[in-house]
Design a binder for this molecule. Sequence first.
Ligand SMILES: Cc1cc2nc3c(=O)[nH]c(=O)nc-3n(C[C@H](O)[C@H](O)[C@H](O)COP(=O)(O)OP(=O)(O)OC[C@H]3O[C@@H](n4cnc5c(N)ncnc54)[C@H](O)[C@@H]3O)c2cc1C
Length: 505
Amino acid sequence: MRLRADASLQPDVIVIGGGGSGLAAAIEAASVGRRVLLLEKAPRLGGTTAWSVGSISATLSPQQIACGIMDTPHDHFEDMPKFAAHLKGTDNDDLRRILTSEVPTTLRWLMALGVEFFGPMPEPPHRRPRMHNVVPNSRAYIAICARRARRLGVDIRVDVRATGFIVEGGRVRGVRASLKSGESVEYRASGAVVLASGDYSASPELKREFISPAAATIEPVNVYSTGDGHRMATDVGATVINGHLAHIGVRFIPPPRSSIAESLPAFRPLARLIRIAMQRLPMALLRPFLMKFLVTVLEPAPNLFAAGAVLIASNGELVADWNDDRIAALGAVDDHRGFILFNNAIANAFESWPNYISTAPGLAYAYLSDYRRNRADLFHSAPTLEAVAAQLGIPGNAIRASVDAVNAKREGAGDRAPKPLSAGPFYLLGPAKLLITFTDGGLAVDTSHRVLDAGGAPIPGLYAAGSTGQGGLLLEGHGHHLGWAFTSGRLAGRNAALESVSPPR
Ligand SMILES: Cc1cc2nc3c(=O)[nH]c(=O)nc-3n(C[C@H](O)[C@H](O)[C@H](O)COP(=O)(O)OP(=O)(O)OC[C@H]3O[C@@H](n4cnc5c(N)ncnc54)[C@H](O)[C@@H]3O)c2cc1C
């Protein structure tokens, strides 16, 4: 293998990863005059940040103030653990204090760059509405931050995968990487390196090591989340905290790519127009339009199952009845894929609030007609069970046997079970897949976002942000992961810049 030192580049700060935390780090380091090199292994920027729904929970926002909401970072600090009571993980109070104190600045920082938000939306047990949703979708974060980074002179290189660190005299001095051509290169930094390489939901090895052998078989949402940064850092002495925590769920597959959803997020006047329309027009009018921007994997609402819908496998067998553990049941199916089956009575009930098919928190509730109109790839219906199954190549006799068994059980259960699935038309929504949306194990870091070794001492020259630098912080509830990605990215980028030894440009 050839190893070439890329001496044409003399960055002060190297950022690994071009998602939310990496772009924030690059912008902050470049804003104080440092030369920044950002390496992204995918062919384009975005990471899991571009897959997200896009909410950020924050206090003291202009949106809260405009609504007369009196809120404080301290109340936010106190409310966050209420979301995590069910988790068997350690929390990091120091990092939670940083998040809740700094995320108000982060939200305004993003708005100053040109990101538009709708909200704040309530999300109990937050004691006040704090959820701010990006408009029109999370690709706006990437488009707007990338534009800013380029304007500040950040050297952004895609298709470059960081593979290890150059360590000399106990200090991280640079990064080894491989190019698309297979060539290996070395990049040296006069200052420091910021790891912002996301999580390890796409690494079977790390999932097996930290979570479970079963988790290792579950597909990720983002195939680039291979935990490279976790591995690179542990190779030089770092440790992972809360490695066993991950978000696993049943989600509809994403929609086919749409040019409108891809290209418009960077266009601020449009985002502003949508935000104003959302404040003034009835949601019923806007929903069909907003649905076009929901480019991510949406989660079927638990209410649909509570009403009596069931999960069916591609071969027609029953995967999960209304009250079964759907995650465990779909985990036992070979391809982890299923279809949600229900009949006319349930369909009619899922056309209006509070019965929605899925939600993008705070942005849009999608009802059955929204799926019929905007997600034809997922929506299937026919007067009979056999006819709807035939549309998907599901054997009619197998699905009939599954529904007969479900109905027999329900008839014997009296009022405790939903009504039998007898009268058509019948509906199949899907495929829905068992997916790992993200993992929560992050490198141990200090309050300056320096990566710590097993003894708790900072590894000189190495910072981490976002999922990679989560440091044992529990981020349950909506809008805390992105809040952490942009906040820790900003702060790690700034601190890394201050380690630079060359004079500012
Ligand atoms: C469906 C979905 C919905 C979500 N919705 C929300 C939400 O509404 N609110 C919220 O707060 N959170 C949400 N999240 C979580 C949130 O998106 C993530 O926690 C956050 O985006 C992580 O940001 P990051 O910068 O750490 O990682 P990423 O955005 O994943 O960025 C990491 C980047 O590093 C790159 N990379 C990896 N390895 C290397 C390497 N070796 N060399 C170079 N580059 C590398 C990756 O390709 C990637 O581009 C959601 C997640 C999903 C999947």
